[in-house]
Design a protein around this ligand. Structure first.
Ligand SMILES: [Zn+2]
Length: 389
């Protein structure tokens, strides 16, 4: 009985530490009085918990002017150098690695380009480990401060056991990547889906910072979405929630990379737009379709208009399902061609189901490709930071 009670107290204490730390992270720098208001706790409790966080070296006092009043106040901020994590982003063309501080800032980064033969799991993992080692060394950080590595890649991921269940772009099945990196480098490692981690980064450090319910939709080589509720990734039972690109739109439609027909993403992804264009003219990349459309070629305009329509279908489906306050639009298709964004925004004004119009903001990824590193490093920080004192 006594034991259980002790464990309960320990649990409450850990939760309180995490809650106050999250408030400081979100509102930094912040005074104790403001934390009292937000946390709805007594000043004594807040002071005690802040004291523990300072003992852990995670939080420090800074003297600065408080807003408006003009007199000096002691504010609390994160000790940015106290926790370092490594963010790794992998796709079939590139490995990106960055060293990230406690405030989600990239201190140093590097990348290597991959050849098609490099994407075999053993070769790729070896290259990633080599790059992680180099980046840690070249960043000149104190490597003892590194608490973990987060890995982001496209596919279905079991983040609990660190397994890539299936990644179509990499052609991987059942690869235990987290374990492999962990045993090679002796640093705790976690892996998750790239779109989910992008959403996490945007909701904590990017355009979704003031949103409690952020959905991110990614239009690029595939179409994916993710939902962040109060700073946490909504995963569903097996971490597949948000795979909106594989919603069936036309059961007799063209084949998708997933092996089924008529998935939503087959109407939007670059490769399919290029294939469609080739029915009319020899086209090798999406840029050419945009060029032809700019010159007023009807077929090119029609291809892009249809893509815009299905991008609006995607956004409408997301808001109908999740009712978020913010939709962050990201991905190579929209980042490379801002004009497509304008059209999506314009069409959404009338296309979105009426009760949902005006209930959410459409924002554009602020962090862009930086989120590929900040997302996984944030997951590593959230997962491996312990409050043992
Ligand atoms: Zn599919």
């Amino acid at each position: 009985m006594k034991k259980i009670k002790k464990r309960d107290q320990e649990y409450i204490k850990q939760n309180n530490l995490k809650m106050i730390l999250d408030i400081i992270k979100d509102k930094r720098p912040i005074s104790r009085a403001e934390i009292v208001k937000i946390a709805n706790m007594s000043p004594t409790s807040v002071s005690r918990i802040v004291g523990s966080l300072m003992d852990l070296g995670l939080v420090k006092e800074t003297e600065t002017y408080s807003n408006g009043v003009g007199r000096k106040a002691i504010l609390l901020d994160l000790d940015l150098e106290s926790v370092i994590t490594i963010g790794v982003y992998i796709n079939k063309h590139i490995i990106n690695v960055g060293v990230v501080n406690f405030g989600g800032e990239i201190l140093y980064k590097d990348k290597i380009d991959l050849n098609p033969k490099d994407i075999y799991p053993d070769i790729l993992i070896k290259k990633a480990c080599g790059l992680i080692n180099d980046v840690i060394k070249n960043s000149k950080i104190d490597s003892s401060k590194v608490i973990g590595i987060g890995v982001s890649l496209p596919g279905i991921i079991n983040s609990k056991n660190g397994e890539v269940i299936f990644s179509a772009p990499l052609n991987w099945k059942n690869i235990h990547i987290a374990q492999a990196i962990e045993s090679e480098l002796n640093i705790r490692t976690i892996v998750d889906n790239d779109v989910k981690l992008k959403a996490l980064a945007e909701s904590l450090y990017g355009v979704g910072k003031n949103s409690g319910k952020t959905a991110l939709v990614n239009f690029g080589k595939g179409v994916g979405s993710a939902l962040i509720i109060n700073g946490e990734i909504f995963r569903g039972v097996t971490n597949i929630a948000g795979e909106i690109g594989h919603i069936t739109i036309d059961p007799n439609g063209i084949l998708c990379e997933c092996g089924r027909r008529g998935c939503l993403q087959t109407f939007i992804v670059e490769d399919n737009l290029i294939e469609e264009a080739n029915k009319v003219k020899k086209i090798v990349d999406i840029e050419e379709i945009f060029e032809e459309a700019r010159m007023g070629e009807d077929w090119a305009v029609s291809i892009l208009e249809r893509a815009v329509t299905y991008m609006c279908v995607t956004i409408n489906n997301i808001v109908c399902m999740y009712n978020p306050d913010t939709i962050v639009v990201s991905g190579s298709l929209v980042e490379a061609y801002p004009e497509i964004l304008k059209e999506v925004e314009e069409k959404c004004k009338t296309f979105i189901w009426a009760p949902l119009r005006g209930t959410f903001k459409i924002l554009y990824s602020e962090l862009k490709s930086q989120s590929d590193i900040i997302g996984p490093s944030t997951l590593a920080s959230n997962t491996f930071l312990s409050f043992d004192i």
